[in-house]
Design a binder for this molecule. Structure first.
Ligand SMILES: Nc1ncnc2c1ncn2[C@@H]1O[C@H](COP(=O)(O)OP(=O)(O)OP(=O)(O)O)[C@@H](O)[C@H]1O
Length: 307
């Protein structure tokens, strides 16, 4: 086995449904300890890719390795160190948190019973372990789901929309827990979420899928420090501003907004633009728009539309 710290390697995978190619030559990798965000508009192909990674369906070409094991030819080894929490984890509501975990532990006779206490402690549910699950808040159920996913010492945990329906305090707790587990236990997280702000706060890397293609992959900080900046020009004279800016080669994109015009321009040209606009028409303000993952996502995916 190679000494590489790559925990998940997706290489050149394709998938057809009814002779139509829906996943096109997608490659990316996730390193140990990463908190990896997996993003894309509805129908982009995220679920299909995750299902291929977890061995639930097969890719038509390409390879997927988890922990250096091939998901097709070495399935049991590959899946052995994988944990997953689906959107809303389900439990036996009339059993306690502890009893629910005991059922899972019993599927792994090699694990000591004390592992249940450990995972309850990790997710902060020790004091509520004896309560029946129907008394738990959604945030607590999500944490119990994480405890269940952790029981077999996974190296990588897949979380699908982990904060769906959780109150803000629960979201903060879960986020802190994920970061703590990534740092202290070197657990890798693979997270899908529609809340880009959340992904930006928690993930160090992301992959963005659109129309079955990988359109971006890398460190969040690199995606954010792009060569393009966005500025809102606040003016009553929108049409004149658009006309004036149209021939400028440092302008990447312009769109009318309620207060004026939003412009994407090559970084470093906003002073020049300001001067030019003020020489020709009345501009109230130029407001820099904070570059967020959300802006980058919309730039990459065309405002959330898939094609
Ligand atoms: N079993 C299937 N048979 C035929 N087409 C499918 C099947 N599963 C997925 N598709 C198609 O593959 C494409 C990708 O779908 P997928 O569910 O992977 O997208 P997604 O990014 O997970 O979307 P969402 O965020 O809405 O869950 C879509 O065009 C979908 O219609």
């Amino acid at each position: 086995m190679s000494k590489s710290s790559t925990i998940l390697q997706v290489h050149d995978i394709c998938r057809y449904f009814d002779e139509k190619e829906v996943i096109h030559n997608v490659s990316f990798q996730v390193e140990e300890g990463d908190i990896f965000g997996f993003l894309g508009p509805n129908g982009a192909g995220k679920t299909t890719i995750i299902r291929m990674i977890l061995g639930l369906i097969k890719s038509d070409s390409g390879t997927i390795k988890i922990n250096n094991y091939d998901i097709k030819s070495q399935f049991l080894n590959a899946i052995n160190k994988v944990g997953a929490v689906v959107e809303t984890p389900t439990f036996h509501e009339n059993l306690s948190g502890y009893q629910n975990l005991l059922l899972i532990k019993n599927l792994h006779p090699e694990l000591p019973k004390s592992r249940i206490d450990e995972v309850l402690e990790i997710v902060g549910l020790t004091s509520r372990a004896k309560d029946k699950v129907h008394k738990y808040s959604l945030g607590m159920k999500q944490r119990l789901g994480l405890a269940r996913a952790l029981i077999n010492y996974p190296k990588i945990v897949f979380l699908d929309e982990p904060t769906n329906g959780i109150d803000p305090q629960g979201v903060v707790q879960l986020r802190e827990l994920i970061v703590q587990l990534a740092i202290e236990e070197k657990i890798t997280f693979f997270i899908t979420s529609h809340i880009l702000h959340e992904i930006e706060q928690i993930c160090n890397k992301v992959a963005v899928i659109k129309g079955g293609h990988l359109v971006a992959h890398g460190y969040v900080k690199d995606l954010l420090s792009k060569e393009v900046e966005t500025v809102d020009i606040v003016t009553e004279y929108k049409k004149d501003a658009l006309k004036l800016m149209k021939p400028l080669d440092f302008i990447e994109d312009m769109v009318e907004i309620e207060t004026g015009v939003r412009v994407s321009l090559k970084t470093g040209h906003s002073g020049e633009l300001n001067k030019l606009l003020n020489n020709h028409l009345q501009v109230d303000y130029l407001i820099p728009v904070h570059q967020s993952l959300e802006n980058v996502f919309f730039e990459l995916t065309g405002g959330g539309k898939n094609e």
